[in-house]
Design a protein around this ligand. Structure first.
Ligand code: NAD
Ligand code: IPM
Ligand code: MN
Length: 363
């Protein structure tokens, strides 16, 4: 049966990187019998411009109807003056929430070919393979009350609420433990239990869930220490499970261990592995329109979609091998060039990198 993929390119570099991911999907469709139909939709700033809302009802309906969603990136300076409820980011958050995509898997593993692209020493990052399991539909992102208010003394105050219910912590903890069971059987839960009651409770619930997984070694770490440890000795981690806000911050940090934020894919899953797939980076306004963005995080997100939502682990492996091959062939977008000279590598733009992956896919 034909599976429908919603393609939401979004803003900034979103359309540039998504174009390359779509080419990959189309090659798999024609050469590997992948039975899919792609349907485009508007999300983010472009959706606000065209439809007056960052998540128009027709886009939400498409995402709900689709078997999986591919998302590029949203946001940009143009929309910053808007009320927060209409900003591009609300389109993305609305999708995550409406589709109940509570489990965000952000693998950070380094391709050996990119050991010299990381700002950290090769011996610190070589062989690195971490999975960050980020809770995605709770926490301070969605907690009520929130807003900006005027106090009795006339002073204004901004406020948000960090909140987690027991069931929200339990279900993401299960994802963390089960992910660890498939890997090195080590789970580190990251919180700020020394200061925040919300995450003191997080630690208590994760510990209790852990009793069901005696084969997994559970540790706990405060988020400030975790940020430091990720730079000092990142290979101590196997799977990390953490809250929405901490996971957001730590995954950008982890991207630098792998060379570039342009390399990190993600899967956002519901309880039935219906998912949305997107690079962890944003719309990169500083390079948008220049055609130089790295499309590999988005192409690797295609691989995650093939594996988790489309039941085609074989094709996921094929896409990941193609990416590995182009890196071994020396193709580099600017962000993964590191300090190397261009004579050592082939400096390419977005489309050329996409084409190199297509060539590798075709053998
Ligand atoms: P960003 O991730 O867009 O960019 C950070 C830096 O990384 C920039 O220097 C950018 O050029 C670089 N970068 C990002 N992706 C790259 C790629 N594929 N290839 C090469 N370089 C890349 O973060 P930001 O600048 O803080 O945010 C810009 C906008 O994106 C904001 O509006 C923000 O809200 C939004 N945002 C969206 C998402 C998303 O859609 N999932 C994620 C993060 C940020
Ligand atoms: C991400 C982004 C989003 C987040 C923003 C754009 C809402 O930073 O996907 O990491 O904070 O989750
Ligand atoms: Mn982020």
């Amino acid at each position: 049966m034909t599976q429908t993929i919603a393609v939401l390119a979004g803003d900034g570099i979103g359309p540039e990187i998504m174009a390359e991911a779509v080419k990959v999907l189309n090659v798999l469709k024609t050469s590997d019998g992948l039975d899919i139909a792609l349907e485009e939709g508007l999300v983010g700033g472009i959706a606000y411009d065209v439809k007056g809302h960052p998540l128009p009802p027709e886009t939400l309906a498409l995402a709900k109807r689709a078997d999986a969603v591919m998302l590029g990136a949203v946001g940009g300076a143009k929309w910053e003056p808007l009320d927060i409820s209409l900003r591009p980011e609300k389109g993305l958050l609305g999708l995550r929430s409406a589709l109940n995509l509570f489990a965000n898997l952000r693998p950070a593993s380094i391709y050996p070919e990119l050991a010299d692209a990381s700002p950290l020493k090769p011996e610190i990052v070589s062989g690195l393979d971490i999975l960050i399991v980020r809770e995605l539909t709770g926490d301070i992102y969605f907690g009520q009350p929130r807003g900006i208010r005027t106090l009795e003394n006339g002073e204004k105050q901004g406020f948000n609420t960090m909140v987690y219910s027991e069931s929200e912590i339990e279900r993401i903890a299960h994802v963390g433990f089960q992910s660890a069971q498939k890997r090195q059987k080590k789970l580190c839960s990251i919180d700020k239990a020394n200061v925040l009651e919300c995450t003191e409770f997080w630690r208590e619930v994760v510990t209790r869930v852990g009793k069901q997984y005696p084969d997994v070694e559970l540790t706990h770490m405060y988020v400030d220490n975790a940020a430091m440890q990720l730079v000092r000795y990142p290979k101590q981690f196997d799977v990390i499970v953490t809250t929405n806000i901490f996971g957001d911050i730590l995954s950008d940090l982890a991207s630098q261990l792998t060379g570039s934020i342009g390399m990190l894919p993600s899967a956002s899953l519901d309880a039935n592995n219906k998912g949305m797939y997107e690079p962890i980076h944003g719309s990169a306004p500083d390079i948008a329109g220049k055609g130089i963005a790295n499309p590999l995080a988005t192409i690797l997100s295609v691989a995650m979609m093939l594996r988790f939502s489309l039941g085609r682990a074989d094709l996921a492996d094929k896409v990941e091998s193609a990416v590995k091959k182009v890196l071994a062939q020396g193709f580099r977008t600017r962000d993964i060039l590191g300090n190397a000279s261009t004579s050592q590598y082939k400096l390419v733009n977005t489309q050329e990198m996409g084409q190199a992956v297509l060539n590798a896919l075709k053998g």
